[in-house]
Design a protein. Structure first.
Length: 251
């Protein structure tokens, strides 16, 4: 499974802690991405109302199905998670393939589950908890900051996995913010464009973008303070970016 970026957790104590971090109750519908042979799945099934376990590999899914046969509250789906349009879950607890981390986080965040607990490559998790104006702050960091409060709970030793990964791993928790801003898909696409030039000052980036979309920059500058215009894109807070894009889209 190395080709799919999947490294299976084999340390029972860590698997148990991941379930604890998920704070699973009998009313929760939990999504698991990369179910593998079902070692985490059955633990989730012991506590949740329902577990939606997604595994792309048919051989692994078959092995998991035997292990999970006694659990009537498990739905095992053999498919690429990124091709599914699932929304009927309120929590995510998973050890997903590392090679889909960025796309998976975008997919999950747009569905706004109440809580997300994942094992991730440490370097990627550090981006998710990064704040504006720090070197690791990227578009995915913006998304995570906009909708969630994130923290690294613990680091996982490499020998807790089979096959052993070459990178360091952590358990990340993301709790949905109750005060998060509502952001339309159109707005997020625009913000993603701004992040392609994240090290440049906002005024410089807006000058470039406004020409491409036919907006007179002078018309919108009056609605944005000089202080904000002089900031580099990656130093803008999620709230500032949201306000800027709303102004742009009005024109």
């Amino acid at each position: 499974m190395r080709k799919l970026g999947q490294h299976f957790l084999v340390d029972n104590s860590i698997l148990d802690r991941i379930v604890e971090y998920g704070e699973i109750s009998e009313s929760d519908v939990v999504l698991e991405v990369g179910a593998g042979t079902g070692e985490l799945t059955w633990r989730l099934a012991e506590r949740a109302k329902k577990v939606i376990a997604v595994e792309i590999d048919e051989k692994l899914a078959l092995e998991a199905s035997h292990k999970l046969a006694k659990y009537s509250n498990v739905e095992l789906i053999i498919e690429d998670i990124l091709k599914l349009n699932l929304s009927e879950f309120n929590k995510v607890v998973s050890n997903p393939p590392y090679n889909i981390s960025t796309k998976l986080l975008h997919w999950l965040i747009m569905r706004r589950p109440k809580k997300i607990v994942l094992t991730l490559q440490k370097e990627f998790a550090q981006k998710l908890i990064s704040k504006p104006c720090t070197k690791n702050y990227v578009y995915t960091s913006f998304l995570a900051n906009l909708f969630y409060t994130s923290e690294i709970l613990e680091e996982i030793p490499r020998n807790a996995f089979k096959p052993m990964p070459k990178v360091n791993s952590v358990i990340l928790s993301m709790k949905r913010r109750e005060d998060s801003i509502s952001c339309r898909e159109e707005e997020l696409k625009f913000i993603k464009i701004l992040f392609t030039q994240k090290m440049k000052k906002l005024k410089t980036v807006l000058r470039s973008v406004s020409r491409k979309i036919g907006i007179d920059l002078k018309e919108i500058e009056g609605y944005i303070s000089d202080e904000v215009l002089s900031k580099r894109v990656y130093c803008l807070t999620p709230e500032e970016l949201h306000n800027i894009v709303n102004i742009l889209l009005k024109y």
